[in-house]
Design a protein around this ligand. Structure first.
Ligand code: UN1
Length: 503
């Protein structure tokens, strides 16, 4: 594809090829084929986008929440009208099976609905002052220019987690999406254009880490919202930490677990574990790579889980009966294989090894896709094993046995550095409540898979998994500043704490 055919950045209300002369391709991970070509953003392009966002800020912030939300409602309708088209593009570009591609778009309009709906349902904080003649309340103000850096695995939903609240609250935005899913980002930018969003309020710069880095390092950016790998997130957080007043809200990976207690309903346990480990081919940050199972139910659970993993449908993600599509790229297949080998070296007893799929399992015409099947093993628990501590981002699943009481399961659950999502499968409400209270995670589920969060709940982790909430409803904390406002209604000045006001 020639440079002229390549899709452009959206900066200051215009589609532009930008200043660089490089392009890059979006590829279908199921076929390896090229989908579309894009201009690769440079530092200069980011600079222009930030200048546009800065210029647009005063006017945008002066609108009411309701007026700003009107633009988001337009986008809400576009997301619904273009649901099938965009869902299919999600599937083509990131390889998730089609119901997941469609759900990605559904999650996006849910976020828009929540953010724009709240403009009509604002929450305030009015508190009595300790002085009767004073009023006190909290006011939120937008931060200014917000930088959004988003991953490929939810190429529409996660951008809307960042964008919807951020824009309704009065900030302007420069967005750098993942280089693997620029086509989805392009369509989202078309929606902003069609909605008539004022020039400079929303800017899209396509490209790689250098463009993202230019956003992170620029002084004009007040907040960076990042969702992606722990490796990149920690770099962003430490860079931003050196810039006073600026914040980075990062939501990063996990080494999540489903705990199956001896009191578990095993139908729910197997179903939840399969969904948690294999949906999105294990490439959600909330996917589970550890199953912690009580010895009383271990053998039965193992047999049933292994049976499903042996048969689970890997295939063309556009086909409705496919459960697992491909991994995103060749590098991810290598990483998956490296960790499978590591597990073997660390003493794993391999139960299912479909890592290297047979030729007849690969759909015709898809030979260049990044195909893998489940890799499932059991291993004697040792908290230092790397294979049960490090995130793989693939269908790499360890079964771990616990034999003592529920405290032992929790100790195993909490022994990793990450703390994003987890589930307890049990019919004993005491265990369920203990898990809710003591599991060191931001997203906890009872008798459910540990995937599938809803947008009106906070989404984020603790420990190495997160340092803020760039997602879900609590994103408001990252993109607004709070002013504590106190107003005196009397002709006299009376101070709090009995402080003398005599002069
Ligand atoms: C991610 O795991 O990368 O909770 C995001 C879920 C989805 C979002 C996942 N709503 O599974």
């Amino acid at each position: 594809m020639s440079t002229d055919d390549s899709r452009k950045h959206y900066i200051d209300g215009e589609w532009t090829a930008g200043t660089g002369d490089e392009t890059f391709a979006s590829r279908n991970p199921a076929t390896g084929g090229e989908l579309a070509s894009f201009h690769r953003g440079t530092e200069d392009d980011v600079d222009r986008a930030l200048a546009a966002a800065e210029d647009a800020y005063d006017e945008w912030r002066s609108l009411s929440h309701i007026d700003r939300a009107e633009y988001l409602w337009e986008i809400y309708h576009e997301l619904r009208d273009r649901h099938e088209e965009l869902g299919e593009i999600v599937t083509k570009e990131c390889g998730k099976e089609i119901s997941e591609g469609l759900a990605d778009v559904t999650e996006s309009w849910h976020m828009v609905e929540w953010a724009a709906g709240n403009a009509r349902h604002p929450h305030g904080d009015v508190v009595p002052s300790e002085i009767a003649s004073k009023d006190a309340y909290m006011r939120r103000k937008p931060k200014g220019v917000v930088g959004c850096i988003t991953p490929w695995n939810f190429p529409v939903a996660i951008p809307f987690w960042h964008l919807a609240v951020t824009l309704v609250e009065g900030n302007t935005v420069v967005w750098k999406p993942a280089e693997q899913t620029p086509w989805c980002a392009h369509i989202v930018a078309e929606m902003f254009e069609d909605a008539g969003i004022p020039d400079g309020v929303f800017n899209l710069v396509q490209g790689y880490g250098d463009a993202g880095n230019a956003i992170v390092e620029d002084d004009r950016v007040e907040t960076v919202l990042f969702t992606g790998s722990a490796e990149v997130g920690h770099k962003i957080a430490s860079k931003v930490g050196g810039q006073p007043g600026k914040i980075a809200a990062c939501e990063m990976g996990g080494k999540n677990a489903v705990v199956v207690s001896e009191q578990a309903d095993l139908d729910i346990a197997v179903h939840s574990a399969v969904m948690s480990s294999f949906k999105t081919t294990g490439q959600r940050c909330v996917s589970s790579e550890r199953l912690i199972v009580h010895e009383e139910v271990y053998d039965e659970f193992k047999e049933r889980f292994v049976d499903v993993a042996e048969d689970i449908a890997v295939g063309d993600p556009l086909e409705e009966d496919t459960f697992m599509g491909p991994l995103i790229e060749a590098g991810q297949v290598e990483k998956f294989e490296k960790y499978n080998d590591l597990a073997r070296d660390e003493g794993a007893n391999v139960l299912v090894d479909r890592a290297d799929l047979d030729a007849d399992e690969i759909p015709e015409g898809h030979e260049e896709g990044h195909w893998v099947g489940p890799f499932v093993y059991e291993i004697d628990y040792d908290e230092d094993l790397r294979c049960i501590n490090e995130e793989v981002f693939g269908p790499h699943v360890a079964l771990l046995k616990y034999s003592g009481d529920f405290d032992e399961a929790l100790e195993m659950h909490n022994s990793v550095d990450y703390g994003l999502a987890g589930a307890i499968i049990s019919e004993d409400y005491r265990e369920i409540n203990q898990f809710r209270d003591e599991a060191e995670i931001g997203l906890a589920y009872g008798n459910l898979p540990c995937i599938g969060a809803e947008v009106h709940l906070p989404f984020g982790g603790v420990k190495k998994s997160g340092n803020g909430l760039p997602s879900g409803r609590e994103v408001i904390e990252a993109v607004t500043e709070r002013t504590a406002w106190t107003l005196n209604n009397s002709k006299d000045i009376e101070m709090a704490q009995g402080l003398s006001a005599d002069i």
